[in-house]
Design a protein around this ligand. Structure first.
Ligand code: ADP
Length: 314
């Protein structure tokens, strides 16, 4: 089976317990939960049985161990996660407002994640990889951009493929060349997985069809538009396939797009038809929102298939 790799931020998420709670005063917190968009993605892909590994860095602390142990338990290759003494693992503190928006306090660039590099372990992992998945949020520093771009070129040079989820997080994407890096990644991508307005960051078209046509003409193999509870729509040069979402009670939206993307890309790599890849991806996205914590709603393939049949999220 084809092996996929991602590179980027690894962190723990700590969330306010109540909707509307603010960090301007002390209050009850939940977590730490293992997190970081590429970690969620790789964890979900591994849980579905896809060979998958992550390039990144954590501190020599319990937050780092929590992440590595969770990824290992899900079946991911953790050989290229460096452990740095004297640097703390990255963190994200999250509050949820009454209007359903999320607000983050991130510490990534100045955490162990900021030390990400293409060292010997990362080079070995890339040597066995056929596909790279890029999250825009992972372009958090010039150094992180360099690691991502070099992973893309390594895999492309041997005929591999690239997927790209813009995952725009303005709080973290502060590398000086982030805009140019986003455009570069899109130009090298085969699969593009934007959510909501992210489609229009890369096109001057005014409507969805115009933007999709313009981007497909630029060389993408396919575009998958994530549409929250409504599901997703797949586009390629032959047409479109829409797939409805699954009805679930949403308790925490963080991680849905990453779990969706991991499932779609894993099944695309296996040669599944778009409708099948979308169905599994919608199921993984839906399951992700039923648990507090971005990786708590990751399930193995058998459980995802059982959910598709029964709708049971337990
Ligand atoms: P992102 O998290 O990247 O912003 P979305 O919010 O569109 O992306 O979520 C990704 C996918 O997760 C959706 O396409 C859908 O399959 C699933 N999903 C998200 N929210 C829900 C929900 N409330 N109910 C069911 N499925 C959901």
């Amino acid at each position: 089976m084809r092996k996929l790799v991602s590179a980027g931020e690894i962190l723990v998420e700590i969330m306010a317990e109540r909707i509307g709670q603010s960090f301007l005063e002390p209050g009850p917190l939940l977590g730490p939960y293992p997190s970081g968009a590429p970690a969620i993605f790789i964890g979900q892909a591994a849980a579905l049985g896809q060979p998958a590994g992550l390039i990144g860095a954590v501190g020599d602390d319990d937050f780092g161990r929590l992440n590595i142990e969770r990824l290992r338990a899900l079946g991911a290759d953790v050989s290229a996660i460096a452990v740095h003494k004297g640097h703390a693992t990255g963190t994200a503190f999250v509050t949820y407002r009454a209007d359903a928006s999320r607000h983050f306090v991130f510490n990534i660039r100045n955490s162990a994640s900021g030390l990400i590099e293409t060292d010997g372990a990362a080079t070995n992992l890339l040597a066995s990889a056929d596909h790279v998945h890029v999250m825009g949020s992972s372009l958090f520093s010039d150094r992180a951009v360099a690691v991502t771009l070099s992973a893309i070129e390594t895999v492309k040079a041997k005929g591999g493929t690239v997927s790209f989820d813009p995952n725009i997080r303005r709080e973290i994407m502060q590398a000086s060349g982030v805009r140019a890096a986003l455009d570069h990644v899109l130009a090298r991508a085969d699969i593009f997985l934007p959510s909501g307005e992210e489609l229009f960051l890369f096109s001057s078209a005014k409507d969805e069809k115009g933007a999709v046509d313009e981007l497909l003409a630029r060389g993408l193999s396919c575009i998958v538009l994530k549409k929250g509870a409504a599901g997703a729509v797949y586009h390629d040069h032959h047409g479109a396939v829409a797939s409805s979402g699954f009805a679930v009670d949403e308790v925490d939206p963080t991680g849905a797009g990453d779990c969706f993307g991991a499932a779609f890309v894993s099944f695309w790599l296996r040669g599944a038809a778009p409708a099948e890849a979308l169905r599994i991806a919608n199921a993984c996205g839906a399951l992700a929102v039923t648990r507090k914590g971005p990786m708590e709603g990751i399930f193995p393939l058998e459980a995802v298939e059982a959910f598709i049949v029964t709708g049971n999220t337990q």
